[in-house]
Design a protein around this ligand. Structure first.
Ligand code: BYC
Length: 329
């Protein structure tokens, strides 16, 4: 399986003959579904792939707090405000588990975060889009967390132990997020005014395609997939997960009584899946290049947060030092 060769643009995998004895042993361990732990030997490219993916994932959790944070002061009821604050705090927790999992690979948290702040590191494309109305908060919970769960449920079985274990807890919390988002939209659709119902449809119209882009480029244009699948870092391809998300989401959309902005969407009984229209990949790659509508604002907010929190970090270090000196005295 790992000897397969892939098309241009996609990195070529080593054949068994090209692997060193250590690499062959490593691949056998992966094929036997034995988790790789921090102290086990691993090829440097496996380590670097994980650092890349886990750091991007952690950054996404932290940047993902911003579009929702925008609505805390404007939540319509105390209950909604509490739910939203709990969700945002969960996202911070996810970022922390993931940065910790990344550190087990020898990566330095401060330098990875510095890459985010200098615009070098990627974070999920979806957080480049604004949350314009309260309905967007529900749509983010339902669609964005919904897409994240589809991707992350399979990552619970990823080959690297610390990442896999972080995913188990994250998935439990993401399920709550998805349901609270959906319940919020359902309430607006069932009991809201026409203006509120239109807000829900408008939020879905704007967030539908960006949610599908979260799964990454189509398989034939995904440079990292073949190797990540062979190493079982990824367990299902970008296109397989995107299709699963669509198949799960459309029946929920029908219960809401809404539509998606895709005239090509229709059930294909022969395939047993929904067919859907062409994704605007040009828009996706523009976002990846840093030209997303909110990219500058997101990165600037993160930089400001780090600057504003400097005195807290300095005070915490001073306190820890004082306590340590007292203990050794
Ligand atoms: N956005 O070869 P590919 C959340 C990049 S947060 C930006 O397929 P790979 C939440 C990709 O990095 C959800 N970049 O890559 C938080 C690569 O670039 P580099 C975050 C993307 O890694 C708060 C290039 O495109 N979830 O749930 O094999 C509130 C080629 O792609 C994107 C995760 O991070 C994208 N959408 O597969 C609410 C899950 N897609 O690095 C919710 C973990 C692709 O080579 N990550 N790129 O320069 C993954 O599963 C994989 O990294 C991906 C991409 C499926 C995303």
């Amino acid at each position: 399986m790992y000897a397969q060769l892939v098309e241009t643009g996609v990195k070529r995998l080593k054949t068994e003959d090209e692997m060193s004895a250590q690499e062959r042993d490593f691949q056998q361990r992966i094929d036997a579904e034995i988790k790789i732990e921090a102290k086990n030997w691993m090829p440097d490219a496996y380590r670097q792939t994980l650092i890349r993916q886990i750091s991007q994932h952690a950054h996404s959790e932290i940047v993902g707090m911003l579009p929702e944070g925008n609505w805390v002061t404007r939540a319509p009821t105390l209950k909604r405000k509490l739910q939203l604050m709990a969700k945002i705090q969960d996202e911070a927790g996810h970022g922390l588990y993931l940065y910790s999992a990344m550190e087990t690979l020898g990566a330095d948290r401060d330098s990875e975060i510095a890459k985010l702040h200098s615009g070098k590191a990627k974070y999920s494309s979806i957080f480049n889009y604004p949350t314009l109305t309260w309905a967007d908060v529900g749509a983010v919970g339902w669609l964005v967390d919904g897409a994240a769960i589809v991707n992350q449920v399979v990552l619970q079985r990823t080959s690297y132990g610390p990442y896999s274990r972080a995913m188990i807890r994250i998935c439990k919390e993401e399920s709550f997020h998805q349901r609270q988002g959906y319940e919020m939209l359902l309430t607006m659709m069932r009991h809201g005014t026409q203006v509120q119902k239109d807000m829900v449809q408008d939020a879905i119209n704007r967030l539908w395609w960006p949610s599908l882009m979260m799964f990454g480029p189509s398989d034939e244009h995904s440079p990292n997939s073949a190797q990540s699948m062979a190493w079982k870092i990824k367990r299902q391809s970008n296109d397989e997960l995107r299709q699963r998300f669509i198949d799960q989401t459309i029946p929920q959309l029908q219960v809401l009584g809404c539509s998606v902005p895709d005239p090509a969407l229709q059930w294909n009984a022969e395939r047993g899946h929904y067919d859907f229209g062409e994704i605007q990949w040009e828009e996706f790659y523009q976002v990846l290049k840093g030209n997303g509508p909110c990219n500058q604002e997101r990165v600037a907010t993160r930089r400001q947060a780090i600057e504003d929190g400097a005195w807290v970090r300095a005070a915490a270090v001073a306190h820890a030092r004082k306590k340590h000196l007292k203990n050794v005295a």
